[in-house]
Design a protein around this ligand. Structure first.
Ligand SMILES: Cc1ncc(COP(=O)(O)O)c(C=O)c1O
Length: 423
């Protein structure tokens, strides 16, 4: 069984550590299932990305959707990152940590009037529009508030990001953005709206992209479009490349920010504008693990099952996208043989699994397992299905750890729910 030890997650004397803290020790205090994040990892990833583009006018907006824990958001914010929010709920979180409105941008293919109003009232840097119809609504809401809304259209460049179909967003058949072929027309119409300032152009072609080629192809197309739109006299000032930078979950060969910079700088430098990025997964995925306890081991026919106390309710990525996550014991016993097992949760769905037919060291009930690379799109997608209480999130900083969010209680499950006598 191959061990995966990204960044500050490493084994010391057969025990898994996050930075200088033993995972076993954290778990003995907080229990399982629990998410554990590394502040050092988040910090190093942000700095690596930022430095790769230090000779270009650029800003990074952490895609909050990948991990919206207030303290994770604050770590990035304190490093100078902006925040990309996708809903009023995420905007509320950004406000809660006191983010400067000029460092917040809002995405979303179906923003409601209420969300648009909240964004305008908070005076955020930018709203990204995904259709002309939406732009007209933004114009109306801005008019009612007597404001000018700063907007960029998300343009769909029709580029194949060569990723899982559920996380590909830049193909003409996807629901996202406006079609590149009529973007010029739409910009012209939009620029006549009284309460709109079209300040930029935006793209986001998908997630977990593992080569630079789709970025280069899309950015080339969008850079041309950007220049044409500017030539109509629309004073664009920023080009937003979106997120999507892939990470290693299994054995993927991924590119570094430096390699991305080398590939795209010749194009973006010519635009002479602010280049914006919205990385999520790149910053957070390998900075987190989900720790579970093995509840039972059993064999049905010839198949071995390891039933853990973590399920699709804590981590839905395997069920949703057949995503791969390394699963490894928190404490290794090197004398044990390696077997193959399905690692599953207690939820009553056959799609409730963490890993299928996975090589893992033979374990026994009570042992703790680490599900690696779960810092992105993990806790944010957790649910209460089957009446399960969502797990805590712990942040390690050196040899200290903090509960960044506690484990949900039974009371949380019944929040705002009453038994109505008349029914
Ligand atoms: C508009 C937008 N920006 C940024 C991101 C972040 O993507 P990633 O986590 O792949 O970097 C997403 C993810 O879906 C997105 O929809």
């Amino acid at each position: 069984m191959q061990l995966f030890e990204p960044g500050p997650f490493h084994y010391l004397n057969n025990k898994l550590f996050c930075e200088h803290k033993s995972v076993e020790e954290i778990i003995s205090t907080v229990g399982t299932p629990s998410y554990i994040y590394s502040k050092q990892y988040f910090t190093e990833r942000f700095k690596e990305f930022d430095e790769a583009f230090n000779d270009v006018s650029h800003s990074i907006f952490f895609a909050v959707k990948s991990n919206f824990n207030l303290n994770v958001m604050k770590i990035f914010s304190d490093l100078g990152s902006g925040l990309d929010v996708n809903s009023a709920g995420e905007l509320y979180r950004a406000k809660k940590i006191g983010t400067d409105p000029s460092k917040i941008i809002m995405s979303g293919v179906g923003k409601t009037k209420e969300e648009i109003k909240l964004a305008l009232e908070y005076n955020i840097k930018l709203i990204k529009a995904e259709s002309l119809e939406e732009l007209k609504i933004i114009n109306d809401v801005a008019g009612q508030l007597d404001k000018i809304a700063r907007v960029a259209f998300r343009v769909n460049p029709n580029v194949d990001a060569k990723t899982h179909p559920y996380i590909s967003t830049g193909l003409a058949e996807n629901k996202f953005g406006i079609d590149a072929s009529n973007a010029e027309e739409i910009y012209k119409i939009g620029s006549d709206l009284k309460n709109i300032a079209l300040t930029g152009l935006d793209m986001h072609i998908g997630s977990q992209i593992t080569t630079t080629a789709p970025f280069v192809e899309a950015i080339e197309k969008m850079a041309e479009l950007y220049t044409r739109i500017k030539s109509f006299g629309i004073p664009l000032a920023h080009f937003d490349i979106g997120g999507g930078i892939g990470v290693r979950y299994k054995d993927e060969k991924v590119f570094t920010p430096q390699e991305l910079a080398t590939a795209i700088k010749p194009i973006i430098k010519q635009l002479n504008c602010e280049i914006m990025f919205e990385p999520g997964r790149y910053l957070t995925a390998n900075g987190g693990i989900l720790v579970a306890e093995l509840l039972y081991t059993k064999k049905n026919r010839n198949k071995m099952f390891y039933v853990t106390d973590a399920a699709m309710t804590e981590l839905i990525r395997p069920s949703l996208y057949s995503a791969y996550h390394h699963v490894q014991p928190v404490v290794i016993n090197s004398e044990r043989e390696t077997i193959k097992a399905d690692i599953v949760g207690p939820v009553c769905e056959s799609s409730d699994f963490i890993a299928k037919n996975r090589e893992i060291q033979q374990c026994q009930a009570g042992q703790k397992l680490a599900v690696m690379s779960t810092g992105a799109y993990g806790m944010v997608m957790a649910s209460n299905y089957n009446g399960r209480r969502r797990p805590p999130e712990i942040i390690v900083d050196g040899d200290k750890f903090y509960t960044a969010r506690g484990r949900e209680s039974f009371e949380h499950l019944l929040w705002d729910e009453e038994v109505i006598k008349e029914i």
